[in-house]
Design a protein around this ligand. Sequence first.
Ligand SMILES: *Cc1c(COP(=O)(O)O)cnc(C)c1O
Length: 512
Amino acid sequence: MDAMLKATGTAGMVAEETLDPVDWADVQALSHQIVDDAVDYLRDVRERPVWQEMPAEVREFFAAPLPQSAQPLAQIYGEVVENVMAYPMGNIHPRFWSWYMGSSNFTGALGDFLAAIQGSNLGGGNHAAALMDSQVVDWCKQMMGFPPLASGTLVSGGSMANIIGLTVARNVKAGIDVREHGVAAIDKPLRFYGSDQLHSCHRKAMEALGLGNRALRRIPTDAGLRIDIDALRSAIADDRQAGFRPACVIGTAGTVNTGAIDDLQALARLAAQEDLWFHVDGCIGALIAIAPKNSHRVAGIEHADSIALDPHKWLHAPFEVGCVLIRDASAHRNTFAVTPEYLESTPRGLASGQWLHDFGLQTSRGFRALKVWMALKQYGIEKFGRLIDQNIAQGHMLGTLIEAEPLLELIAPPNINIVCFRYRGDGLTGERQKALNTEIMLRLQEDGIAALSDTTVHGQHCLRVAINNHRTRRDDLDLLVRETVRLGQEISRPGTALPSPLVAEGGREAAG
Ligand SMILES: *Cc1c(COP(=O)(O)O)cnc(C)c1O
């Protein structure tokens, strides 16, 4: 101690450094500018292209090496505006309908900012952010009709929510102490079940859980792409016969391909009869439970043992935030809780709160709750419910527009807010038709008109529109239909060759 004081004696002491600014007033002025710009950015999003390809200089900007010395913040902000803000993914745009994601909201962004300013770690402890984290989980339980004593946790997204739910399912149904002995000690191999429309994150979950992809049986679906309950029942019986241990059935409330919702009531009954864990992947559709006109579609979800839902989808929270709910709170805690000597609780003080890291795989956790909490308070759950109803009505409206357009055809009737369709093309089939539709999709993106994705449904390639967007209006859907037809006609005009990479797939034939 003495030696240390001597070595740094006041006389020769160098001023300590910090990351705080020397001049707070400068930072304040710049921050006001950033907020003003952010408001303009969001207000005018409709006027900009959905997406645009980055020029080579912008790509090169991201190859710059590790900065060694200081640079003024104002200059850095200028670089961000020029190279980052100008080239977004586009999912906040009213005509972004690719894959499946939310369109964010300004209040949520303020929440993320304030959460970062407070900087709290949601690993747990006795502080306000920790109580709010638990409160948002409680609100999710209320939205799903789950009992107050159920458990849950906020995670990075739906994939992690599913992994947490399936981990609890594995541990409860293994018949041994998996935490202590591992999956190799399970006497009969576990079997999980889901439909052939299951999201890919379940495969990753099975692999990470040490059960392997083959332990997840994909059950065929009916004409509406919902799990075939009879086929599921016989798969379970066959597996028991063959010496497996059926453990869990995963119901999907809203598949990625078409938004199909499994018969959750029937799955709940079957799971109870067969003594299986009933998990619902509700990343797309669980929140339909709050939508007055459509909540009947997810009836039965309240009987699940666990539910994965995704506030960064239909609650439009900025990324990332997912939520898993587990009916049996002790099963949840018993799956993850570990108390090392450096994380023991105290009767009072900072360490007297609940350890939230006991409910998942992370130790340090971000303050995800604030962005969700602020938006839920500002708009109320009724507005979010109406927005979900609105997107579903828009999905059906788009289906009607497509049916009325002879050059387009629906590949699956819309269930909720996902529409699968294609440009017919005169006498086009197979690879040629796929190439044409892919080209339409790419031009819609490159011209900044709309962002769609594509998929294959009932063995047929199609364009896919997922309207999970609170900014989409009816006009946007009219425009989509018009532009798809225009591009389809333009690309398939006799003498117009399909672009070579696409033609290459089906040989060297020219279109028309
Ligand atoms: C989006 C989605 C997931 C994965 O959720 P992330 O938030 O992207 O991790 C899982 N299942 C379904 C049905 C989804 O739509």
